[in-house]
Design a protein. Structure first.
Ligand code: 1HN
Length: 347
């Protein structure tokens, strides 16, 4: 073998020459390409609603929902500037719709979830049916469905949007089109999907046409009642407190194929055991206050704050009083691909 300096020069020269043919030596990047454990290039982050809300309201004076199409402040991971991503697979933003406004109809192959942070009484319409939204409701906009929003209430409404934008972009599978009018025609009475699908029963001859749930609003009143029921039914899970996943009643799977959604209750003073999983997750604080230690970083949160926990980062949640947390992640995708893993630290 030649002396190290000569050898390194020869290698560099070789890399340059094969670079001209769009080739590269695997042995220089193998460890990075196949890391022994997830090494996410994004960070834990927290958005304090008291700091965010004034900017949201300021945006309301700068542009109408109609002109903006969607008046949203993107929650961008601070380690991924310019990406419009909160994790490498997920997009999140806070959307404001003021009284009397309409966010015009369009559709796209990206799926969306809404989690209502503030306000009561605005509606979203999906494929001809409206639903009135309240704080804590989880509402889905399935892939390629027409959707518009409007606010007939007297107060601003703010919700967290979660979309699978980065995933769809990775597949180059994005399509979108605008509606012919701002508001789509209402063809189905209010409450129809709820009546047909939300009571543990299904219309006898109904067959699902797609993976997404036929229920499009999972109201907080029912979710809260379910959590409360759980607290009476047994002890909390060491890693999660009392945690439920939202479900498509026709399949048992997630309501949206690409994003899993969860709601958990942490009893007063409860501290979870250290936990990590391969799905990075976005959280929205519904009730209470507390803190989450994420990969050694302490995020202090309260009602209406948002925060993000990266893949495989160790997390410990601690509630001061009783607290309720909504979250979403790409877990259903990872599960479909046999990739999802968790580490309960023996708990
Ligand atoms: C979208 O359609 C909505 O429908 C919200 O409310 C956020 C972000 C990017 C692309 C489409 C909505 C969005 C979006």
């Amino acid at each position: 073998m030649a002396a190290p300096a000569t050898r390194n020069n020869a290698r560099r020269d070789f890399y340059e020459r094969i670079g001209g043919l769009s080739m590269a030596p695997l042995w220089e990047s193998l460890h990075q390409l196949v890391p022994p454990a997830p090494a996410p290039r994004y960070r834990p982050a927290h958005w304090d609603y008291d700091k965010v809300r004034p900017f949201l309201m300021e945006s309301g004076a700068l542009i109408t929902a109609k002109e903006a199409v969607r008046r949203v402040l993107i929650l961008e991971n601070p380690a991924m500037p310019g990406s419009a991503c909160i994790t490498p697979t997920l997009y999140a933003g806070l959307q404001l719709i003021l009284p009397g406004e309409v966010a015009p109809a369009h559709r796209h192959t990206q799926s969306a979830l809404r989690f209502i942070v503030e306000g009561d009484g605005a509606y979203t319409a999906v494929d001809g049916e409206r639903t009135i939204m309240h704080e804590g409701d989880f509402v889905i906009t399935p892939t390629w469905t027409w959707h518009d929003h409007g606010n007939d209430s007297s107060k601003p409404m703010v919700w967290l949007d979660g979309l699978d934008i980065p995933l769809v972009a990775m597949f180059n599978a994005g399509f979108a089109e605008n509606g012919e009018s701002d508001e789509q025609a209402v063809t189905t009475p209010l409450g129809t999907s709820d009546a047909r699908f939300a009571s543990g029963l299904l219309p006898v001859d109904w067959k699902p046409a797609r993976q997404t749930s036929p229920i499009f609003n999972y109201p907080y009143a029912r979710t809260r009642e379910a959590l409360q029921g759980l607290t009476r039914a047994g002890p909390p899970d060491a890693c999660h407190g009392y945690k439920l996943r939202y479900v498509n009643p026709a399949s048992g799977g997630a309501p949206i194929a690409t994003m899993g959604t969860y709601m958990q209750l942490l009893p007063k003073g409860f501290e979870t055991a250290a936990y990590r999983a391969t799905d990075g997750a976005v959280f929205s604080v519904v009730e209470g206050e507390g803190q989450s230690t994420v990969g050694g970083e302490v995020l202090r949160w309260k009602k209406r704050d948002q925060f993000v926990v990266p893949s495989w980062a160790s997390v410990v949640h601690k509630a001061r009083g009783e607290a309720v947390l909504f979250s979403f992640s790409d877990r259903p995708v990872q599960e479909k691909l046999d990739l999802w893993r968790e580490d309960r630290g023996g708990k």
